[in-house]
Design a protein around this ligand. Structure first.
Ligand code: FES
Length: 136
């Protein structure tokens, strides 16, 4: 099932996207911002974290904390940040470096978020087909 991305009150509404579909445009991703996208990978629904760093590079990880397998956001697309700008898991407080995705503090220190490959095509940020099949 494919649906388009929409917005409600400025927040991006999750949609189900497949490999090759546009996850976001660069204009939707301000520098140093985190976003959530619902996608379908190998026929399974997944939640992704999108992060565009201060230099404009976009990274994606599965929205699954390596500590206990829970989502990192406290509400879909709502992520906690430390004063230093790290990503903080809303469940038990594991803290992840950005843009690397390594846990630098908390119960899974040393673990990493599972990266998902992206491809940028002009302004469009897409889920890369090859990595999409590998992430299960
Ligand atoms: S599930 Fe994220 S810190 Fe425990």
């Amino acid at each position: 099932m494919r649906r388009s991305i929409g917005r409600t009150n400025g927040a991006v509404v999750s949609s189900s996207l497949n490999a090759g579909d546009v996850l976001a445009t660069l204009s939707e991703l301000p520098l140093d911002s985190l976003h959530e996208r619902a996608v379908t990978m190998t026929d399974e629904p997944e939640s992704l974290i999108l992060y565009r760093d201060a230099a404009g590079q976009v990274s994606a990880w599965l929205n699954v904390c390596p500590h206990a397998g829970r989502r990192l956001d406290w509400s879909p697309g709502q992520f906690l940040r430390s004063k230093q700008g790290e990503l903080v898991c809303a469940v038990h407080g594991a803290t992840f470096a950005l843009p690397g995705g390594q846990c630098v503090a908390g119960p899974c220190r040393g673990a990493c978020l599972r990266e998902v490959a992206l491809q940028c095509d002009g302004d469009a940020v897409r889920l890369a087909a090859a990595k999409a099949g590998a992430a299960q």
